[in-house]
Design a protein around this ligand. Structure first.
Ligand code: F6P
Length: 326
């Protein structure tokens, strides 16, 4: 391929604070290197319905601080079909777009990888999801903001929990992964953290609560990842009420509050670094990869690894969580 002339950028899957910072960096980097840049609305759906917009430096002014995504996002069913991808490819060619930056999670990377293979169309991924469940990067865009949103909420709940001697089960996001629960649980001093990666957690919870009572704890905060193996915060609260009828048990589900809000410094800086790197990789004909941050170095890993491999929870963090909650 000769010099890259025109690229596209889209955001896909669940939104994450910092996606706008990544879009901004992609746009500004393209312009810096004299490459035309086109935004695609609503993720892969926008490729199929040809929702394109030419972007310039000013199109991305004042968005680095904004949550959500100015390009909007979607989980596209149509793009999962060969027919949908064919239309998307034709629309990209009609626009003269030669490569695509996909900001999203593993579902989005799966789509990008299939698309690159089918049409030999260069795609590069930037990990944007609050769940932090992508292999090949220490952190994903939006995770830091999400855990900070959680700790702000839990700190407030802790005030009322201790005033009333209550037990709170607080459910956080993480359909398949316990990163948000583990990090926010440590940061909030939770008495117990329940995550999808661990089995037999209810028995362990019962032990923790008994121990706590012996140590004269009168209130407890338990952080539950939505995908935990016991069925979520309401289910665990129900079982706990049966086991400990004397406890005053409450449930709070933080839900989509975790997906919004102004990104933290860390998310903004990381998103900017990843956006710059993604465009620079495409300029070097490097595609079918995802940009990541490992030990504070910007790296790439194949889209296949990003999709197929799973980041493992740091056992040291699990141990820290256990020790610090006693
Ligand atoms: O962004 C990731 C995630 O927050 C998961 O933890 C959660 O299960 C899912 O997205 C819910 O997203 P939506 O409501 O958009 O389907």
């Amino acid at each position: 391929m000769g010099k890259l002339k025109k690229i596209g950028v889209l955001t896909s899957g669940g939104d994450a604070p910092g996606m706008n910072a990544a879009v901004r960096a992609v746009v500004r980097t393209a312009i810096y290197y004299d490459i035309e840049i086109v935004g695609v609305f609503q993720g892969f759906d926008g490729l199929i319905s040809a929702k394109f917009i030419d972007l310039d430096s000013r199109s991305v002014s004042n968005i680095i601080n904004r949550g959500g995504t100015i390009l909007k996002t979607a989980r596209s069913e149509k793009f999962k079909t060969k027919e949908g991808r064919k239309i998307a490819h034709k629309n990209l060619l009609d626009q003269g777009i030669e490569a695509l930056v996909v900001i999203g999670g593993d579902g989005s990377f799966t789509g990008a990888r299939i698309f690159e293979q089918e049409f030999n169309f260069p795609c590069i991924g930037i990990p944007g999801t609050i769940d932090n469940d992508i292999y090949g990067t220490d952190f994903t865009i939006g995770f830091d903001t999400a855990v900070n949103t959680v700790i702000e909420a839990v700190d407030k709940i802790r005030d009322t929990a201790s005033s009333h001697d209550r037990f709170f089960f607080i459910e956080v996001m993480g359909r398949d992964s316990g990163y948000i629960a583990l990090h926010s649980g440590i940061a909030c001093g939770a008495e117990k953290i329940m995550i999808p990666e661990l089995e037999g957690e209810f028995e362990s919870l019962v032990e923790t609560l008994k121990e706590g009572t012996k140590r004269k704890k009168t209130s407890n905060i338990v952080i539950v990842a939505e995908g935990d193996q016991e069925g979520g915060a309401y289910e665990i609260a129900k079982k706990t009420r049966i086991e400990f009828p004397e406890f005053d048990v409450k449930v709070t589900v933080l839900g989509h509050t975790q997906r919004g809000g102004s990104p933290t410094c860390s998310d903004r800086v990381m998103a900017t670094r990843m956006g710059v790197k993604a465009v620079e990789c495409l300029m070097l004909n490097r595609s079918n990869v995802m940009v990541g941050i490992v030990n504070n170095h910007i790296v790439t890993c194949s889209l296949l690894d990003a999709i197929k491999q799973h980041p493992s929870l740091n056992p040291e963090l699990l141990n820290v969580a256990l020790i610090a909650s006693t």
